[in-house]
Design a protein around this ligand. Sequence first.
Ligand SMILES: Nc1ncnc2c1ncn2[C@@H]1O[C@H](COP(=O)(O)OP(=O)(O)OP(=O)(O)O)[C@@H](O)[C@H]1O
Length: 254
Amino acid sequence: MALEARDVSFSYGGAPVLQGVSLTVEPGRPIALSAPSGFGKTTLCRILAGYLQPHVGTVLVDGAPLPRRGPSPVQLIGQHPERALDPRLRMRDSLAEGVRAGKRAAAAASGEAAARQGEPSGRQGEAPGSRAENPAAQPAQTGPEGATQAELQEALQEALGIRREWLVRFPHELSGGEMQRFCIARALLARPRYLICDEISTMLDAVTQARIWNVVLCQAQEQQLGLVVVSHSAPLLQRLGAQVVDLGQLAEGR
Ligand SMILES: Nc1ncnc2c1ncn2[C@@H]1O[C@H](COP(=O)(O)OP(=O)(O)OP(=O)(O)O)[C@@H](O)[C@H]1O
C-alpha cells in the first residue's frame, strides 16, 4: 500500500519545475515536503492528487494509476480554499459532494474486498435507489471505523467548529479560515486513503490551527491514511513525527 511518484518531471512550459522526482507515501508514515519557495512543493502535491499530469514519470496509488473517474483515493487540501470551493454552491452542498464521494469510495472498497474473497460485488448493477432495496448491500454507508457518513459529517462539523448557520452560506460569505474548515471536512468525508495538506493552516490563528490539526491527525490515525504535509511550522512537523523530505535534493538538476 503506497502512493508513489516515480521519476516524475514537470514544467509549466518554461524551465522544468520538477525533474526526476520519486517519492513513496505509506499509511501511518507521514511525510513533510520541504523546499524553499518556488521549488515545486505545490506542483508535486497537485501531481500526486491527479490535478496535474507529469510530463515524464508516473503516479501510482496502491500499484495502479489514479482513477480517471469517480472519487479519488487521494484528496488534496490546498492553501487557497476560495479556489477549491464552487462559488455557486452553498456550503452544505459542497459538503454533500464529499459525502457522496465517500459513499462511492466505500462501495468501491467493499466491492474490491468482496472480489478478493470471491463474493459478488455489492457494486454490481448498482443504480440509484438500489441500496435502499437491498440494505445488506450497504457497506457504502460506513467507513473503516464504522461511522456512517452522516455521523462522520456531524463529528467533523463539531470538531472543526463549523457553525450550523454557515451551512447555508456561499463561500464569499465566509472568512478564509471558515472556508478552509469546509475544505477539510469535505476531503475527509470523501474517505480518502491518502491526504495531502499543502499549507492548509497558514491563514489561521494559532488556536484554530491547533484545532484543525487535531482533527486531521485524529482522522489520519483512525483511518490509517497516508499523509503528505507541506508546512513551514517546525513544531507541527515534530508533532506529526513526519519524515522530512527535501524536494530540492529529490529533484535532479537543482
Ligand atoms: N500555473 C502556473 N503557470 C506557470 N508557472 C507556475 C504555475 N504555478 C506555479 N508556477 C511556477 O512553478 C514554480 C513552482 O511553484 P510551486 O507553487 O509548486 O512552488 P512551491 O514550492 O509550492 O512554492 P511556495 O512555497 O511559495 O508555495 C514557481 O516558479 C512558480 O512560479
